[in-house]
Design a protein around this ligand. Structure first.
Ligand code: TYD
Ligand code: MG
Length: 450
């Protein structure tokens, strides 16, 4: 006879305790514990015999994938949506998660059966949006439902190819006492849906809300349970959106998909570099272009800097799209190695287009744009600048120089500064672009400004 015990789990961080607590000792959140009742039944009591199979008997990968007919999404999914898999799509509110999934329905509706369950919007609201996206879907099945068991039952009976649950935080099970959105409910719902997905071969998309620190609300365990975790990111003020895989059991996590939010929904951007550089002001001070790598894909970004004398005692250093501490460090290098007097200057660094860069290969481009703004000299529109800066002012090698150079060339840049260590490799792949190797930042700045 099974006995039941209870434990308390923090819905923010997953910390477990046997007694309820007002404040979580791990993440310091108040009132974040939910009770969970579990059985203490002997482990092997109801065990069933498992039947392992050989690798050869498993169906070929390609047959298991659904082509979603959107290149950017296909790529992030690792070459199509795997049948029976579970994909979690997270992102800030209003970033376009529901729009993306509705568009997915639009692009493949004729070939696959899709069930769209919304716990957030009414049918007429979805209808308005769908019509706005130009959908004339005859086959798409829509439902407004938040009851887990009913949803599970329906999917099991109708076995659609794809089911979309918008959002997992609104789904709740009547068999549990905790409120919708609590760690327990989310975990339970995900587990049940996961089992159904595997059983019926239905690919399930879950939409997940994001907490203020940027992770998907609910315990981290949710991300472990699902097959694929995608984040839809972007600056709300810009229309640029990036879909990024942070976990993918069926593909690489290095891929990104680029979209732009327009009046007619999300548009795929096949050539992000061109789009990102389109608003560039040629000849402006404090602007410089570099090819950054998003996963394995080179994207040209414009890095802007504004340096001006501070009006207060404490100079400000602000950066958008790039690590603030690193900007402070790069400015210190400029000050020490090149004797720039920027200690009493405010500095603002911005990566245009709302893109975020976290690779050191753009150090040299940031240094150059800061120097350009400080000296009031333009970098000119023929240059791209690539390189990581070291603390003594040396320029270090970067990875994938060939991809970066090719992309620069494709967009019509004529001259590139690369780390000396990458020069040979860069020369091999450059035909219409002149490459210059530098081993310290002084040489790089001399080449650009003199
Ligand atoms: P939505 O998909 O509802 O976001 P989420 O599900 O992530 O919360 O996105 C809604 C936003 O997108 C809203 O701010 C309006 C904008 N939008 C457009 O600009 N154009 C469109 O065609 C649509 C459908 C939405
Ligand atoms: Mg939504």
């Amino acid at each position: 006879m099974a006995k039941f015990k209870s434990k308390f789990i923090c819905r923010e961080c997953g910390y477990e305790t046997v007694k309820w607590m007002g404040k979580c000792p791990s993440c310091l959140m108040f009132d974040s514990f939910d009770e969970e009742v579990y059985s203490t039944e002997k482990v092997f009591e109801n065990a069933v015999v498992i039947r392992p199979v050989t690798l050869q008997s498993i169906e070929d990968d390609n047959k298991q994938r659904i082509d979603v007919n959107m290149d950017e999404l296909n790529r992030v999914l690792g070459g199509g949506l795997v049948k029976g898999s579970m994909v979690l799509v997270g992102g800030d509110p209003g970033i376009g998660k529901s729009t993306l999934l509705l568009q997915l329905c639009k692009s493949i509706e004729n070939n696959y059966s899709i069930l769209y369950i919304s716990g957030e919007e009414s049918l007429s609201q979805i209808g308005i949006r769908a019509r706005r996206l130009g959908m004339k879907n005859q086959k798409l099945q829509l439902a407004c439902e938040t009851d887990l068991e009913s949803i599970g039952d329906f999917i099991e009976k109708t076995r659609p190819d794809i089911a979309i649950i918008d959002s997992i935080q609104t789904i709740y099970s009547r068999q549990m006492t905790s409120v919708p959105g609590s760690a327990n409910q989310i975990r339970n719902a995900t587990l049940l849906l996961m089992n159904i997905a595997k059983k019926t071969d239905t690919a399930i998309f879950l939409v997940g809300h994001v907490t203020k620190d940027g992770s998907i609300a609910g315990p981290k365990i949710l991300e472990h349970m699902v097959d694929t975790v995608l984040y839809f990111e972007g600056d709300r003020s810009s229309s640029f959106r990036i879909l990024r895989a942070v976990k993918n059991r069926f593909g690489s996590t290095n891929e990104i998909g680029v979209f732009e939010m327009s009046d007619n929904g999300l548009e795929q951007i096949k050539n992000p570099s061109l789009r990102l550089l389109s608003g560039r002001n040629d000849g402006a001070y404090g602007s410089c272009v570099m090819p950054t790598l998003e996963g394995t894909r080179p994207i040209m970004v414009e890095i802007q800097a504004l340096v001006c004398t501070t009006a207060f005692g404490m100079p400000r250093r602000m950066s958008t799209g790039f690590d603030n501490n690193r900007v402070t460090m790069l400015m210190a290098i400029l000050e020490k190695v090149l004797s720039y007097k920027i200690y009493n200057c405010d500095a603002y660094v911005n990566v245009a287009g709302g893109i975020k860069i976290n690779e050191p290969a753009c150090d040299l481009a940031i240094i150059t744009s800061i120097a350009s703004s400080f000296k009031n000299k333009s970098v000119g529109n023929e240059w791209v600048i690539i390189g990581e800066a070291g603390l003594t002012g040396e320029v270090r090698a970067v990875s994938f120089i060939d991809k970066r150079i090719k992309e620069s060339e494709r967009l019509g840049f004529k001259k590139a500064i690369v780390p000396a260590a990458n020069l040979n490799e860069a020369k091999k792949c450059s035909t219409g672009i002149e490459v210059f190797g530098v081993d310290n930042i002084k040489k790089a700045l001399a080449l650009v400004f003199e």
